[in-house]
Design a protein around this ligand. Structure first.
Ligand code: FPP
Length: 269
């Protein structure tokens, strides 16, 4: 948090927003569905892939800000198992952008002590992408700051299928713990906050198990326009929420004193 406050320009909106954040109640894990690149390009009469290219600086700012804030983990949805249905040119451009991103961002990851981790069915990716992913994963593996999970060829259902196959193979008892321990995010806290850009009210097969109790923040902003200020606003919004996990929330009921009194239920005949 201190790192972010020191990095922001005096008098800026970003600094005012960052100062309003309670550093004691930061989400341990933020997950983001980066949506709207295609529409961003369409609105400017540009090819869809131009929207993906413009999405890269938003990825950079988001990753750097989370690291500076002291967030434990950030998971970004970069490519779903369903995205193979897109035109070949778009898919190939995404792989090329990913390679450029990985090469250009390594320095930033090292500077901010970020540990990079790719999640998804990586074995189905082009070899040159797997090599780059392996390289950045290895080089950042000793870093102890933000854990950056990039979801690539990722599907929540596919992840659960992989976990269950693993359980059967290991002949382990089926419990919530044994399933969690076989997910791609094993050992990490579940996301507290799930952000989705471009206004769609969908989960899109993202982290289905892990987001059971996540707070959702949906913004109309298209991903290339997603700024540091918007990320900070999402965190502030999260900090206003009363998280109940199916209970009543802390020791308070939020209702007047009579709220816990019993009522009479007539027996049905
Ligand atoms: C969704 O927008 C976005 C994607 C499928 C790809 C996400 C990629 C990036 C943000 C850029 C590259 C990222 C890295 C990490 C290098 P969409 O195309 O579905 O948008 P639409 O719904 O408006 O069509």
């Amino acid at each position: 948090m201190k790192v972010l406050l020191e990095a922001l320009a005096p008098g800026s909106e970003d600094l005012a927003l960052a100062r309003a954040i309670d550093s004691e109640r930061l989400p341990a894990h933020i997950a983001i569905i980066m949506d709207g690149n295609g529409r961003w390009a369409q609105q400017r009469n540009l090819p869809r892939v131009a929207g993906h290219k413009e999405g890269v600086p938003a990825v950079r700012t988001t990753v750097e800000t989370c690291a500076q804030l002291g967030i434990g983990a950030l998971t970004l949805y970069a490519f779903s198992v369903e995205n193979w249905k897109r035109p070949r040119l778009e898919v190939d451009t995404l792989w090329r952008l990913l390679r450029v991103y990985l090469r250009s961002e390594l320095a930033l990851m090292m500077r901010h002590d970020i540990c990079f981790n790719a999640i998804g069915r990586l074995e189905e990716l082009p070899e040159y992408v797997r090599i780059e992913l392996g390289d950045v994963t290895r080089r950042t593996s000793a870093n102890r700051g933000l854990r950056l999970n990039l979801a690539i060829n990722y599907g929540g259902r596919a992840e659960l299928v992989d976990a269950v196959k693993n359980l059967i193979q290991d002949e382990v008892q089926v419990t919530e713990q044994s399933i969690s321990a076989r997910l791609y995010t094993a050992g990490q806290p579940d996301p507290d906050l799930l952000i989705r850009t471009s206004g769609e009210m969908r989960i899109s097969n993202f982290l289905l198990w892990q987001i059971a109790y996540a707070e959702l923040y949906v913004t109309e902003t298209l991903w290339p326009d997603f700024t540091r200020a918007e990320l900070l606003r999402a965190i502030l919004d999260y900090q206003k929420r009363d998280r109940r996990y199916g209970g009543l929330g802390g020791s308070e009921t939020g209702f007047p004193d009579r709220s816990l009194e019993p009522i009479e239920i007539p027996i049905a005949r």
